[in-house]
Design a protein around this ligand. Structure first.
Ligand SMILES: CC(=O)N[C@H](C=O)[C@@H](O)[C@H](O)[C@H](O)COP(=O)(O)O
Length: 227
């Protein structure tokens, strides 16, 4: 699938992130695949997956659903941890992803290669790249490096971006203004449909929702708190 085709699939649509942490009761590859199928039934145009479930999750989801998969692996939780090396990115593509999500910040990567090395390798292998950034400057640099999509995924999770309880709509608006011809994806702490609408109004091409759809423990806690 080329970039124009992928853009047509996701424009104005919801992407669902199907992941579960290492100690979560749903941390099981077939369960993640069924979660992805359920998300597609509900209207997800693409599935983001992998994470600590790694390549097994990417493979299983790509087999289970007909929509495109945005795949990633995670190495730890500090520094550059989302699909951090060229080899990781190629393995994600090989596992069946249409798009490889990778850290798009300007921090040193574990293999020492600059971001554009990963982007070029994925492009050569026929894939697309989503750069997960935390600031406007990182998004601009990632676009210059050739990333196909710029996502706000890492806002609140790097030393350069303050933590916050809700989504970073200001970053969505800043990226959309600075990069009018790029695909801007809003991701990170979109917990309500109103947040998703606000991201679209701020200029996001598409919005990724994870926890609020796929983590029953988190969902239960929001109801439990209201009792
Ligand atoms: C920072 C990081 O590691 N984010 C990860 C990226 O894949 C996932 O753990 C998030 O669940 C995903 O970004 C969706 O966000 P939320 O679950 O907040 O809707």
């Amino acid at each position: 699938m080329n970039l124009d085709q992928f853009a047509a699939v996701i424009s104005g649509r919801l992407i669902v992130s199907c992941q579960a942490g290492p100690d979560h009761p749903l941390r099981d590859t077939p369960t993640i695949a069924r979660m992805a199928e359920s998300a597609v039934l509900g209207g997800a145009c693409a599935i983001r997956c992998g994470g600590v479930g790694g390549l097994d999750d990417v493979r299983a989801v790509a087999e289970a659903v007909s929509v495109p998969v945005i795949g990633l692996t995670k190495r730890g939780r500090t520094g550059v941890f989302i699909t951090p090396t060229v080899d990781d990115a190629l393995a994600v593509l090989e596992a069946g992803a249409t798009v490889v999500a990778t850290d798009g910040t300007r921090r040193t990567r574990p293999d020492g290669a600059p971001l554009n090395r990963t982007i070029d390798a994925v492009h050569t292998a026929g894939g697309l790249v989503m750069a997960d950034v935390s600031t406007e400057a990182e998004g601009i640099a990632a676009a210059e490096a050739g990333a196909d999509l710029i996502a706000t995924t890492l806002s609140g999770y790097t030393p350069d971006s303050p933590g916050r309880p809700g989504p970073d709509l200001a970053l969505v608006a800043a990226l959309a203004a600075a990069l009018p011809s790029e695909l801007i994806v809003a991701e990170g702490r979109y917990h309500e449909p109103a947040h998703v609408r606000a991201a679209r109004d701020a200029g996001a091409t598409a919005v990724v929702v994870g926890t609020a759809i796929t983590d029953p423990a988190w969902i239960t806690s929001t109801f439990a708190a209201a009792v």
